[in-house]
Design a protein around this ligand. Structure first.
Ligand code: GDP
Ligand code: IMO
Ligand code: MG
Length: 427
C-alpha cells in the first residue's frame, strides 16, 4: 500500500539521497519524478561514496526497481555515463525503467541555458548549466522531444525541425552563436535508441500495479520546496514541480496513492545559486558551517551559501507539501557551537511576521528574528537513541519540531547509512 514521497524542505542538498537510501531495504520501487541532472545526491555506504545526478538514489539497493518518471528531463549522455559508472562499481542497474513521456535534454538546451545566464548578467539565476530550464520551457511550449519520439525517426526529424526553426533564430540573431543542424541533433539522440529501448515502459501503469500489489513505492524528489517553480522564490528557482504535488503529476499516479510525505530538512540552511536567503551568514559562523558541513555542490562544486535554520520555511513546506514527517539531517554539524540561533519570525519593514510573505519583495527585505538555543559542544556522531543525545541537542530538536508543526521522525548524525536516530519508522 504505502506510497512515500521524499521532498526537500529548503533550497536543496538536505540529504534526500541518504534518506531514500535509508528506506532502501523496505523499498520495492523508487521513482524520480522531477528535475534532471541538476540534482546531486551523495550517498555513503560503508567506505563507498556515490554521487548520483540523474538516477534515483534507490538504484543503489539491490532488488529495488528504479524508475525515471514522465516529469523528469533526461540528458541521455549523462544517463548512460552514470549507468556505466555504476556498473563498473558492481551496481546492478538492469531493472531501470524510463517513462516514454519524459522529455530529453539536447545540445541546444545546454547551450541556451548557458547563454541566457550570461545575458542576464547581474540578474542571473545561477543555474547548474545543464539545460534544465530550456528543456522544460520547450515542454510547456509544446516543442519538446520525448523519449518515445526516438522510436520513430520521421517523427523525431519533424519535431527537431520544428524546435530548431525558432531556436536557430534565437541562437544566431540574439545570442550570436552558430546554428544547429537537424542532422546533428537527430544523430545525437539516435545513438542511444537501441540501448534505451528495453528500458522504456508505461511507468505510470507499472507504479499503479506496484501500489495495488502492496509494494512500497518511494517517490524521490529532486531540488526542494523553495526551488519549486510555483512555490519557491521565483524567478530564483528550478523549472519543475519539486513539491509533493509533483510526485503525482511527474509519475502518473493519482494523488490519493501518496500515503506519507516526508520532508528532508537540514539542521541549518544552505542555498546554491542566486536569490533571497534571509538567514544567510557572511561571518565566521558561516565559514565554520560551510567547512564542518562540507557545503560544496555535488553537481557544480560551487561553495554553498550557508545560514541558520529558518522555522518559517519548514512551516511553509509543511503546508505546501502536506508533510507527515520530517527527517532532520546534519545535526552533528552543529556540535561545536556555543549558541545556535533559529529564525522564528521575519521583520519586514518594521513589522514582525511568522508566515512566509506572499510578496517576493518582502521576502527580499526580510530580516530574521533569531531565538538563541544553547549548544551542546559534544560529538553526537555515535549516538543512536534520542534519549542519549545531550539535553541541549534534544531541546533543539524538540523546539524545531514544535515550530514546524510536523514530527521529526529521523535525525541525521553523520553521512553514513547508519548515522541516524530513528524516532518513528517511515515505512
Ligand atoms: P541531496 O541533494 O538532498 O540528496 O543532498 P546532497 O547529497 O547534495 O547533500 C547532502 C550531504 O550531506 C551529502 O554529502 C551527505 O552525505 C551528507 N549527509 C546527509 N545526512 C547527513 C548527516 O546527518 N550528517 C552529516 N554529517 N552529513 C550528512
Ligand atoms: P538537489 O536535488 C541545490 C538550483 C541552482 C540554481 C537554480 C536553478 O541536489 O537538492 P537549474 O539548473 O535547476 O535551472 O538551476 O536551482 N538547484 C539546486 N540547488 N540542489 C539541487 O538539487 C539543485 N538543483 C538546482 O543552483 O540556483
Ligand atoms: Mg544535492
Amino acid at each position: 500500500m504505502p506510497g512515500i514521497v521524499i521532498v526537500g524542505v529548503q533550497w536543496g542538498d538536505e540529504g534526500k539521497g541518504k534518506a531514500t537510501d535509508l528506506l532502501g531495504e523496505r523499498t520495492d520501487v523508487v521513482v524520480k519524478f522531477n528535475g534532471g541532472n541538476n540534482a546531486g545526491h551523495t550517498v555513503v555506504i560503508g567506505d563507498e561514496k556515490y554521487a548520483l545526478h540523474l538516477l534515483p538514489s534507490g538504484i543503489l539497493t539491490p532488488g529495488v526497481t528504479p524508475v525515471i518518471g514522465n516529469g523528469v528531463v533526461i540528458d541521455l549522455e549523462v544517463l548512460f555515463d552514470e549507468l556505466s559508472a555504476l556498473n563498473a562499481r558492481g551496481v546492478d542497474t538492469s531493472k531501470l525503467k524510463i517513462s516514454a513521456n519524459a522529455h530529453v535534454i539536447t545540445g541546444y538546451h545546454r547551450t541556451l541555458d548557458k547563454v541566457t545566464e550570461r545575458f542576464l548578467g547581474k540578474r542571473m539565476i545561477g543555474t547548474t548549466g545543464r539545460g534544465i530550464g530550456p528543456a522544460y520551457a520547450d515542454k510547456i511550449n509544446r516543442v519538446g522531444i520525448r523519449i518515445q519520439d526516438l522510436f520513430d525517426e520521421n517523427i523525431l526529424r519533424q519535431k527537431v525541425e520544428g524546435a530548431l526553426e525558432q531556436k536557430n533564430h534565437l541562437l544566431v540573431k540574439v545570442y550570436n552563436r552558430r546554428a544547429v543542424t537537424v542532422d546533428e541533433i537527430v544523430d545525437e539522440l539516435l545513438q542511444y535508441r537501441d540501448r534505451l529501448e528495453p528500458m522504456v515502459a508505461d511507468t505510470g501503469l507499472l507504479l499503479d500495479n506496484a501500489l495495488d500489489a502492496g509494494e512500497v513505492v518511494v517517490f524521490e524528489g529532486g531540488q526542494a520546496t523553495m526551488l519549486d517553480i510555483d512555490h519557491g522564490t521565483y524567478p530564483f528557482v528550478t523549472s519543475s514541480s519539486a513539491t509533493a504535488g509533483g510526485a503525482s503529476t511527474g509519475s502518473g499516479i493519482g494523488p490519493n496513492r501518496l500515503d506519507r510525505i516526508v520532508g528532508i530538512v537540514k539542521a541549518y540552511t544552505t542555498r546554491v545559486g542566486s536569490g533571497p536567503f534571509p538567514t544567510e551568514l557572511f561571518d565566521d559562523d558561516g565559514e565554520k558551517l560551510r567547512a564542518r558541513g562540507f557545503e560544496y555542490g555535488t553537481t557544480t562544486g560551487r561553495p554553498r551559501r550557508v545560514g541558520w535554520y529558518d522555522a518559517l520555511i519548514t512551516r511553509y513546506a509543511t503546508r505546501i507539501n502536506g508533510l507527515t514527517d520530517l527527517v532532520l539531517t546534519k545535526l552533528d554539524i552543529l556540535d561545536d557551537f556555543d549558541e545556535i540561533p533559529v529564525c522564528v519570525a521575519y521583520e519586514i519593514d518594521g513589522v514582525e511576521v511568522t508566515e512566509m510573505p506572499w510578496n517576493q519583495s518582502d521576502f527580499h527585505h526580510a530580516k530574521p528574528v533569531l531565538k538563541m538555543f544553547p549548544g551542546w559542544k559534544e560529538d553526537i556522531t555515535g549516538v543512536r537513541r534520542f534519549e542519549d543525545l545531550p539535553i541541549n541537542a534534544q531541546n533543539y530538536v524538540l523546539a524545531l519540531e514544535e515550530l514546524s508543526g510536523t514530527r521529526i521522525s529521523v535525525i541525521g548524525v553523520g553521512p553514513q547509512r547508519d548515522g541516524v536516530i530513528v524516532r518513528h519508522d517511515l515505512v
